[in-house]
Design a protein around this ligand. Structure first.
Ligand SMILES: Nc1nc2c(ncn2[C@@H]2O[C@H](COP(=O)(O)OP(=O)(O)OP(=O)(O)O)[C@@H](O)[C@H]2O)c(=O)[nH]1
Ligand SMILES: C[S@@+](CC[C@H](N)C(=O)[O-])C[C@H]1O[C@@H](n2cnc3c(N)ncnc32)[C@H](O)[C@@H]1O
Ligand code: SF4
Ligand code: SF4
Length: 326
């Protein structure tokens, strides 16, 4: 269905859990994150009902995220049920990769098409520091398992952060020369835990492009890689993979935004950056039928703003990224 700004909305990002096995410094506070009670979180059946209602208004693509989606009990069963919905033609998952080594094969069998894996550094000690305790080896294993099991295209999400990983962006870009990986550099957005994370940490796409182009060769524009997300892709000469750029701040893609979010607690959220939400859970738990759920979707789509307001600074929100479905 089209929203008020003639954008076709066909993509639902679902936060299947607010829980996470890491605590990345720019995303979550070190402690004090209150996990939502189970009764507040949508059940697997409720999520499937929501997607079926979404299909009625044109949802064709689903992404499971969180928090860490691989922590959600029953995730394989959920993927299986979603892949049985004939209209859904793309089921993807965004993960920190920690549990992927052990789960990739079962995820593929359940019907998952592809994964995006977050990786901000290739240095074990640094990884441990930024994730507050994570083991980089497990993520490397997860990436290998994703490739071995054909969860392709495998995309790597790297948030470029000054004073933290700006000295290894070239090495991360080189991954696309060694393996068929699509390494995407994401601009740090003013959302999440702002602790020590300030404007000075921001690195623009332009800066990363110049760095990579200067050191590794001409970046040739690449056609779209499967998935209709906001990244723009280029390829280094002879590389099996590509380099992508997600310029969420410097050159935002709101004019072509095609998505809605479903929070872990069953709110439809028209925009990552807007606290305005439409409640689906109450209707689900009052046994609303598919028509009524589809009407709630329509309402949320019509409430989509034309774009974000990042320019005003750090997002003040009742929810953190892991609850919204980053
Ligand atoms: N501003 C903004 N940024 C987003 C949005 N969706 C995703 N992003 C950013 O893009 C990053 C990568 O998102 P992914 O979960 O990998 O999904 P995607 O890039 O849409 O996925 P593909 O379908 O594979 O292209 C996120 O970490 C965010 O930083 C959005 O709706 N708005
Ligand atoms: C919130 S996580 C959820 C999925 C999973 N736990 C993971 O890390 O991939 C999704 C993505 O959001 C990104 N992210 C979190 N906070 C961000 C911020 N302030 N700016 C840009 N990207 C951010 C993460 O790096 C990650 O790639
Ligand atoms: S970015 Fe992902 S892995 Fe890191 S704390 Fe946030 S939800 Fe967890
Ligand atoms: S900030 Fe909002 S409008 Fe812009 S791309 Fe993200 S979700 Fe869409």
């Amino acid at each position: 269905m089209q929203d008020r700004f003639q954008r076709q909305i066909n993509y639902l990002r679902i936060s299947v859990t607010d829980r996470c096995n890491l605590r990345c410094v720019y995303c979550m506070p070190a402690e004090g994150v209150q996990c939502l009670p189970h009764s507040e979180i949508l059940t697997l059946e409720e999520i499937v009902d929501v997607v079926k209602a979404g299909v009625r208004v044109g949802i064709r693509k689903v992404r499971l995220t969180g928090g860490e989606p691989l922590l959600r009990r029953g995730i394989l069963e959920l993927i299986k049920k979603l892949s049985d919905i004939p209209e859904i033609d793309d089921i993807a998952l965004t993960t920190n990769g920690i549990l992927l080594g052990d789960m990739a094969k079962d995820l593929k069998v359940a019907g998952l098409k592809r994964v995006n894996i977050s990786l901000d550094t290739l240095q074990p000690a640094r990884f441990h520091r930024i994730t507050r305790g994570g083991n980089l080896n497990l993520v490397r294993r997860g990436i290998d398992a994703a490739l071995e099991n054909g969860l392709e295209p495998v995309k790597i999400n790297t948030v470029a952060i000054r004073g933290f990983n700006d000295d290894e962006l070239l090495e991360l870009a080189r991954l696309s020369m060694e393996l068929p990986l699509h390494v995407r550099f994401i601009e740090l957005m003013p959302i999440g835990t702002s602790d020590d994370w300030s404007r000075e940490r921001f690195i623009s796409t332009q800066e990363v492009k110049e760095l990579i182009g200067g050191a590794l060769g001409n970046l040739e524009d690449e056609k779209v890689i499967a998935g209709s997300g906001p990244a723009r892709y280029s390829r280094l000469p002879g590389a099996p993979g590509t380099i992508g750029f997600i310029s969420a701040v410097s050159n935002h893609f709101c004019a072509t935004c095609n998505r809605l979010r479903l929070t872990a607690t069953g709110q439809l959220r028209p925009c990552l950056f807007s606290g305005r939400e439409t409640d689906l859970k109450q209707a689900l738990r009052a046994d609303a039928g598919p028509d009524e759920l589809a009407r709630i979707f329509q309402k949320a789509i019509l409430a989509k703003p034309d774009g974000h307001n990042m320019a005003v600074g750090w997002q003040k929100d009742d929810r953190i990224m892991s609850q919204i479905g980053g």
